[in-house]
Design a protein around this ligand. Structure first.
Ligand SMILES: Cc1cc2nc3c(=O)[nH]c(=O)nc-3n(C[C@H](O)[C@H](O)[C@H](O)COP(=O)(O)O)c2cc1C
Length: 346
């Protein structure tokens, strides 16, 4: 959202956040301020192979879903240094999302609240753009979801999975957005078994046709120990599923929040999510014991935050909200910090 601010215009930060984000995407699409560097050419010492999926990353710091919902700027974002970029969430049909305003900055808390509601241009548009992704030109993932008005949400996930299979370097099933009513119910044991059963059939069919793909499941931070072990158990029973992304935004509101928009409805992300999501990540690390890849997300804004996620059991991480306040140059700052001492504290 504040990419242009980072490039020299403080005006953006005074615009409504969604307007600023739209302008940022336009600037990036036009190549404005995008570094010429090739993805993955710096920071050689940080390359990582995720052990279960075998996904090779030039560095472990990825861009989380939601920034590039329509797969418009993945190439530009890779050039800022991200080791991987996750596009989406995309739903089969285009949808407008919730009424505006639906995105709020919480500057005093280095946080964001959003209730976007999967606004996106739909799978057909998404796959057209993603088809421009060249193999070897950086790691680009596709995050798929369900339409709000869908009569069979699981069918939406299967459709998304199959549509992006041939184009994405990995696929994420997002069952943890708080802004589509009932979606998080897919994390309940019976619903999750149903989802993974049906998506498993789709995944096996696609794998036999066009080769294996890493597939991850993205979960919410608002779950207890019982839910962690149930989700882990069901996920481990699906051999085609390689890992978990922990986590999406939280519906909780820590008492510490001081910003004017703290009580807006939606998912909270950024600094106040760091501790919450890292604790859930550690719970999953214990439950899966190395049998699934873990990607940590939630509140990362520094090299130390990355180290904390790695120490909690992640092999890679993603961030989004910190870009809103710090701009894309943050990525290289984090990478140079990590390359000076990749695992200390971890
Ligand atoms: C404005 C906004 C939109 C988001 N949209 C999505 C989305 O479409 N799909 C998804 O899986 N996560 C979405 N997220 C969640 C992020 O991918 C990430 O999991 C979360 O924000 C925690 O990371 P952070 O604290 O670094 O932002 C969104 C987050 C924000 C702030």
């Amino acid at each position: 959202m504040s990419l242009l601010a980072d490039l020299g215009s403080g005006i953006l930060r005074r615009l409504p956040p969604e307007t600023a984000h739209a302008l940022t995407l336009r600037a990036l699409t036009a190549g404005l301020g995008v570094p010429a560097s090739q993805p993955g050419t710096d920071y050689d010492g940080l390359a990582v192979r995720l052990p279960v999926s075998g996904l090779d990353l030039p560095n472990p710091v990825g861009l989380a879903a939601g920034f590039d919902k329509n797969a418009e700027v993945f190439d530009a974002m890779l050039r800022f240094g991200f080791g991987f970029v996750e596009c989406g969430t995309v739903t089969p049909n285009p949808q407008a999302g919730n009424p505006r305003p639906r995105l709020f900055r919480l500057p005093d808390d280095s946080a964001v609240i959003n209730r976007m509601g999967f606004n996106n241009a739909g799978l057909a548009d998404f796959t057209t753009r993603l088809s421009r992704h060249q193999p070897g030109a950086g790691v680009v993932g596709a995050n798929v979801g369900a339409n709000k008005d869908s009569r069979d949400r699981i069918a939406d996930y299967c459709e998304g999975l199959m549509a992006v299979w041939g184009q994405a370097d990995y696929i994420t099933l997002n069952i943890s957005s708080p802004n589509t009513p009932g979606l998080r119910g897919l994390q309940d044991r019976a619903a999750l078994e149903d989802l993974l059963g049906r998506c498993g059939e789709a995944a096996r069919a696609m794998a036999s046709r066009s080769g294996a793909r890493p597939v991850f499941l993205k979960v919410a931070p608002d779950i207890d120990e019982t839910a962690i072990s149930e989700i882990a158990e069901v996920a481990l029973a699906a051999p085609w599923l390689h890992g978990l992304i922990v986590s999406n935004t939280t519906l909780s509101r820590p008492d510490s929040l001081a910003s004017r928009h703290a009580s807006e409805t939606g998912g909270l992300s950024g600094a106040p999510l760091m501790e919450i999501s890292t604790e859930i990540l550690a719970g999953f690390a214990q439950a899966v014991d190395g049998r699934l890849d873990l990607i940590g997300a939630g509140g990362i804004a520094s090299g130390d935050d990355v180290r904390a996620k790695l120490a909690a059991g992640a092999q890679a991480v993603q961030l989004y909200s910190a870009l809103v306040f710090r701009g894309p140059r943050l990525v290289r700052q984090i990478l140079s910090d990590l390359s000076s001492s990749p695992r200390s504290g971890g």
